[in-house]
Design a protein around this ligand. Structure first.
Ligand code: MOS
Length: 725
């Protein structure tokens, strides 16, 4: 089904199941510890061995000699794979760093070997006995130094210009010119990367933890140099990804190589400490923002230049994304530059681009409001736009930023805020309030599904979509239940297997809207087949209460399915509505923060937001997504910081004891309101993404509240107490 014209009324609008607060259908499996995650699939790999990956001890250089003799003699060792005996490997186009180093080393902790043994302890012990001599080369690890002369990054919209920014900025009576820095960050998902690989002849199956099944098959094919048909990827449960599992990583590649060498299934998990340097991270940014406004607060000039670094051939953090779309202003400039760094591979982490970009832009807006002597909520409302500011002939599909700001301000009690910092006090705490807009692009991706009804009237959906903790199982079940006119408990959802139709996968907050739209399309096909079989008019037939009806006739769905059952399949594809309209999600974050007047300790005391993300398919899981994003915003504002050792080129704090993320005590009560609008240009579901929106702008709202509390403007994240004092 090609989605090309705005969605008219369709069965989803009935809202019998869609839009109802629905607990996760996979919840019982998860809370009883019986949802099978990749590392726990002992049932599928009898007689499996364990693999432990050896990582490079240097960040850049060459493997001069690798000696596995001692390791091979260790108890229980079955096989050792290095670049010397791995056979010919390709490099997946989607990978910047290769998954197995040798002879060249591209980054610290890049896999140089995998040791396979009978037990995990034996493999870990033997891995320590692999001796590698390196010829170390000089690397570049410091973004501030590497940014000089960094070129515009490859890709679309890495440099945009409208009007004459320089002239308008020079002429503006009120200006801000400030530079902000955000640190490297790590996804720190709960479940580490893990894979069980098993070969059957020339076919390999990977039970793994991955967000994008079809990409995984493609990348494994390009790496192992075997056809896609010879690869099966299974990932029905994923304990968090945040972008760190968008592409297969060394656990999957090395498990496949190890299983081939050992002639047995092999199980590999990355240790927590390996995730930081062996996999990917969100790169640090340096962002310069210049805003010029007239005395009424209208923005006349807006520029955002951003720098990040990656290995040669890598990509940038697209931190100027939102600045191209969020506020009006006739004279505009954005530049996204990319430096070469020899740190581990930089890549997508939740809301890549907007997450760090909003950390800068929304503080700059706060600084501009202060210089104007204007309320920061009013400043944002005044500069709202209903069209793409770089392309005024391109409207937003649906945009309610102003409503989010107004309703949020009212609910939060924004009127009680003092415009002058340092005026509110609660005992030893200096208390302040901050606001920031929320903004994240809405992308839609092609997504397929198969839906069948059996002779008992059970509806089964199969798609290679993943559920990374987001609630995909539940919204897909709700979609099928709505479309087929059955209660939720009559729907079975099967996800995360490359044998199922190819879906959008979980990434870029496109998964919820796209994958349910794919299920919608498959259900439309199934409804048509059922109607045809019964001799009903396919356009008129209705599906409700477990029956299909046309005029006076009504047949039980189970009966219509017959002994053999009946199934439909389709893929939703997105056409020009994606280009003709700017599609995005919006919101307003409000934060109350306390700063200890003596120690500088910072605490978020209240946090709330109003969000505009089209139809909310399930208010329970959507809220969970948004509060997770807001919590990650607290982490980004106050603690997350992967510290680079500039001498050796690696992230020093590589565990959860030293890479800090918010815990329960760091997160106050969070209030979430969805406008629950309908966007008929996004898909037949009229929904948009919510998975990343809650994060975008949240950290800036914290930073603005800290400023309002104590009057110290920090432009270098995270905001730690030493920077307040
Ligand atoms: Mo997301 S960073 O596309 O998983």
């Amino acid at each position: 089904m090609k989605f090309e014209t705005p969605a008219g009324t369709n069965p989803i609008d009935q809202r019998r199941v869609i839009g109802k607060p629905t607990p996760r259908i996979d919840g019982p499996l998860k809370v009883t510890g019986t949802a099978p995650y990749a590392f726990e699939r002992n049932d599928v790999a009898p007689g499996h061995a364990y693999g432990v990956i050896v990582g490079s001890a240097v960040a850049k250089g060459r493997i001069a000699r690798i000696d596995t003799a001692d390791a091979a003699r260790a108890p229980g060792v079955i096989a050792i794979v290095t670049h010397e005996n791995a056979g010919k490997l390709g490099k997946a186009k989607a990978h910047t760093a290769t998954m197995l180093a040798g002879p060249m080393v591209e980054h610290y902790d890049q896999a140089v070997a995998i040791v396979v043994a009978e037990t995990f302890e034996q493999a870990r012990d033997a891995a320590k006995r692999v001796r590698v001599d390196y010829a170390r080369a000089k690397g570049r690890y410091d973004l501030a130094a590497a940014k000089a002369g960094a070129p515009i990054a490859p890709g679309d919209k890495m440099k945009t210009a409208v009007g004459d920014f320089a002239r308008a900025f020079a002429a503006a009576p009120v200006t801000v010119d400030a530079t902000y820095t955000t640190p490297d960050q790590s996804h720190t998902m709960m479940e580490p990367h893990a894979t069980i690989a098993a070969w059957d002849g020339d076919t390999v199956t990977l039970w793994t933890s991955n967000q994008m099944i079809a990409w995984a098959v493609r990348d494994m094919s390009e790496t192992l140099l075997i056809p896609k048909e010879k690869i099966r990827v299974v990932s029905p449960y994923v304990g968090g990804g945040f972008g760190g599992k968008l592409w297969v990583r060394s656990d999957a590649v090395m498990a496949a190589l190890a299983a081939r060498a050992a002639k047995r299934p092999v199980k590999v998990a990355l240790a927590r400490a390996q995730i930081m340097n062996n996999t990917t991270h969100r790169p640090a940014t340096i962002q310069r923002i210049r805003l010029g406004a007239d005395r009424t607060g209208k923005i006349t000039a807006i520029a955002h230049q951003t720098w990040s670094g990656d290995l040669p051939g890598g990509g940038p953090e697209t931190a100027a994304n939102q600045t191209q779309l969020l506020y009006a202003g006739a004279n505009r400039l954005t530049e996204t530059r990319l430096a070469v760094l020899d740190l581990p591979e930089a890549n997508a982490m939740r809301a890549p681009g907007e997450a760090p970009g909003m950390m800068a832009l929304e503080v700059a807006m706060d600084e501009l409001a202060e210089k104007l002597g204007m309320d920061p909520v009013r400043l944002r409302i005044l500069n709202d736009t209903q069209v793409d500011p770089e392309k005024p002939e391109r409207p937003f599909s649906d945009r309610h930023l102003v409503r989010c700001l107004e309703e949020g301000a009212q609910r939060f009690g924004w009127a009680r805020r003092s415009a002058t910092p340092g005026k509110m006090r609660d005992g030893r705490w200096l208390v302040g309030m901050g606001v920031a807009a929320a903004f994240r692009n809405n992308m839609n991706m092609k997504s397929g599904a198969r839906v069948g009804v059996d002779r008992k009237g059970m509806v089964t959906v199969a798609t290679d979509m993943t559920d990374i903790g987001t609630g995909s199982y539940t919204i897909i079940a709700q979609t099928a239940a709505e479309m087929m006119g059955v209660p939720l408990d009559k729907v079975i959802v099967l996800l995360g297997d490359s044998r199922f139709p190819e879906s959008a996968g979980s990434g870029g907050q496109w998964g919820g809207n796209s994958s349910t739209a794919g299920v919608y399309a498959a259900c439309v096909d199934l409804r048509r087949r059922i109607a045809q079989k019964l001799g009903f008019d396919a356009d008129r037939a209705t599906f409700a209460d477990g029956k299909v009806s046309d005029g006076g006739r009504s047949v039980d769905l189970a009966k219509a399915a017959g002994d053999d059952g009946i199934s439909g399949e389709d893929t939703i594809e997105f056409g020009r509505l994606n280009d003709d309209y700017a599609q995005a999600t919006f919101g307003a974050h409000f934060v109350e923060a306390g700063v200890d007047a003596h120690t500088g300790e910072i605490r978020v005391r209240r946090m709330s937001g109003v969000y505009d993300a089209g139809r909310i398919l399930n208010p329970v899981s959507a809220r969970s997504q948004v509060i997770g994003g807001m919590s990650m915003g607290i982490g980004a504002a106050l603690m997350e910081d992967a510290v680079v050792d500039p001498r050796f080129g690696y992230f020093v704090n590589h565990d959860l004891a030293e890479y800090h993320v918010p815990v329960h005590l760091d997160v106050p009560h969070q209030e979430v309101v969805f406008l629950d609008t309908l966007d008929d240009k996004t898909s037949p579901m009229k929904a948009k993404g919510v998975g990343e929106l809650g994060m975008c702008g949240a950290a800036a709202a914290v930073a603005n509240a800290v400023y309002n509390a104590c009057g110290v403007r920090i432009r270098d994240y995270p905001l730690t107490l030493d920077k307040v004092l």
